[in-house]
Design a protein around this ligand. Sequence first.
Ligand SMILES: [Fe+2]
Ligand SMILES: [Fe+2]
Length: 170
Amino acid sequence: MATTDDPVRSRTQDAFPVDNPVQALLRDHDLVRKLADAYRNTQSADVRKQAATQLIHAIHMHSRLEEGVFYPGVRRVDPNLIARFEEDHLAVDDLLATLQGMSLDEARTEPLVRELIDAVLSHIRQEEEQLFPELKQAALDLTSIGLEMQAFEANLVHMQAQLSDQASRR
Ligand SMILES: [Fe+2]
Ligand SMILES: [Fe+2]
């Protein structure tokens, strides 16, 4: 895969695996882990700030995709599978909303970013160890969910691009 300075952008440029949407979620998880490592392992305040910005964006996009399409799609098949994962999302969404309203220069954001990282890493590990294997075992055809996710993500990326375009023209 081509490398780029912007891992968030490179994620969205890859073809969406319509017949295996879990693959797309796993790619997001890998990106989140990579950005969390970058945040935790640097001594540089600038690198940390950039990693935090990208991390918040990556988690935001991933959560919209899961909450908007993947979870509702799975819920139609088996409502019990995802209830507790949706609860995790409520807690993470609260943290995200708080952080999105703050300047990342502020020292007081650091404990919140670390709390966000801990919560998200634990959540994605549980999705990978429990939810995804259960889905695989159930041998469901997830293609219709995959198609919906592809369209949803394309729309999300388009809206984000418009927003940043508007912001840069202001
Ligand atoms: Fe999730
Ligand atoms: Fe996830």
